[in-house]
Design a protein around this ligand. Structure first.
Ligand SMILES: Nc1ncnc2c1ncn2[C@@H]1O[C@H](COP(=O)(O)OP(=O)(O)OP(=O)(O)O)[C@@H](O)[C@H]1O
Ligand SMILES: [Mg+2]
Length: 331
């Protein structure tokens, strides 16, 4: 069964007489049980998309079926089947942590005893038990984030949306949260659709990555395939003497298509698809030509290299530009 199916999903905002095209006609398909990461720089349209999928924001145009229900025709059906942890904190300030979880369960129609049982399970699995009787406002940012996630899980939704769940958590709590997400999938088959700015997390945890930029989905595949197809591996070899380096590059070019090539002294740099598979053949060809290779290195690309290949900008750079603009605007 398909858990998310959108066609031409679009959302515009009117701001001071101008139209902001936050999401420009995105098509998303997510199967039951998938863990999909939604990546993109600040302002790309991730949260706006999530808010449409979770019925919090009506689309300007386009269609979206979520957990088998139409977001416009059956928003209640969608809400019953999904969990949503928004980017901002949703927890009430004055309530105790455990009470908040129990109340959330009651809101979703669980009987009291069941709500209490769920609350206690979640307190344990998200390491919140020592904080069970603390008021929400006394929690640290990371503790509050864990409570937000616990609240999204109370009714054991079949589809869970997480908007930057790990932002603001220390490495140990990030790992802890991921453990929970992975376990949720393994034990309950929960479908998970999340946004994150940690590309390494998306790379290692998600089986599929959607990249959104300026409101459009510009890539949709497994992290491995995106890296192989769009970025390729970086190969660096060093030869014994400077005359051999340009010759080595010529030989490599005969074997495969190369990108971003350079020769600096005895060092040859290049980017190639499936560089790790290519390297042995390349070394044999160099050996046959009497070129001695002193060192050889293959570096796997990152998802940031993928973004660079797609847009000509680094995801990190785009974020920095955005931050600088925001600071400049607010100054
Ligand atoms: N309520 C709103 N009114 C006007 N513009 C909005 C509104 N919500 C979002 N936008 C604009 O829509 C665009 C997409 O915003 P969105 O919050 O979806 O980005 P994002 O990808 O979640 O970014 P971030 O990584 O910073 O969370 C931005 O240009 C933003 O300023
Ligand atoms: Mg956002």
């Amino acid at each position: 069964m398909q858990m998310i199916h959108t066609r031409g999903l679009t959302r515009h905002f009117r701001v001071k007489g101008e139209t902001v095209e936050a999401v420009r006609g995105i098509d998303i398909d997510v199967e039951a049980g998938e863990l999909v990461a939604f990546l993109g720089p600040n302002g790309a349209g991730k949260s706006t998309s999530l808010r449409m999928l979770t019925t919090l924001l009506p689309p300007t145009s386009g269609t979206a079926m979520v957990a088998g229900c139409d977001v416009l025709k059956d928003p209640i059906g969608v809400r019953q089947r999904i969990g949503y942890v928004g980017q901002g904190n949703g927890t009430g300030a004055g309530h105790r942590v455990r009470d908040e979880l129990v109340t959330q369960g009651l809101c979703y129609g669980l009987p009291k005893a069941e709500s209490q049982k769920r609350a206690d399970e979640l307190l344990v699995s998200l390491d919140l038990q020592p904080l069970a009787n603390r008021a929400g406002m006394t929690l640290s940012g990371g503790q509050r984030r864990r409570l937000d996630v616990a609240l999204g899980l109370v009714h054991q939704p079949e589809l869970l949306f997480l908007d930057e769940p790990s932002t603001g958590l220390d490495p140990q709590n990030r790992a802890n949260l991921w453990e929970h997400i992975i376990r949720l999938r393994r034990e309950h088959g929960t479908t998970i659709f999340l946004t994150t700015h940690y590309l390494d997390e998306a790379d290692s945890m998600a089986e599929r990555v959607l990249v959104i930029d300026h409101g459009r989905v510009i890539a949709d595949d497994t992290p491995a395939k995106l890296k192989d197809d769009l970025a390729g591996d970086r190969l660096t070899i060093s030869t014994r003497n400077e005359n051999d380096a340009p010759r080595a590059l010529e030989i490599a070019e005969r074997i495969t298509t190369l990108h971003e090539t350079s020769v600096e002294g005895t060092v040859v740099n290049m980017r190639a698809r499936r560089g790790n598979a290519l390297l042995p053949e390349f070394l044999r060809a160099l050996d046959a030509s009497g070129i001695t290779v002193l060192t050889a290195e293959v570096k796997r690309p990152t998802l940031d290299d993928v973004f660079l290949a797609l847009t000509g900008r680094s995801l990190r750079e785009s974020e920095l530009v955005e931050e600088t603009e925001t600071v400049a605007r607010s100054a």
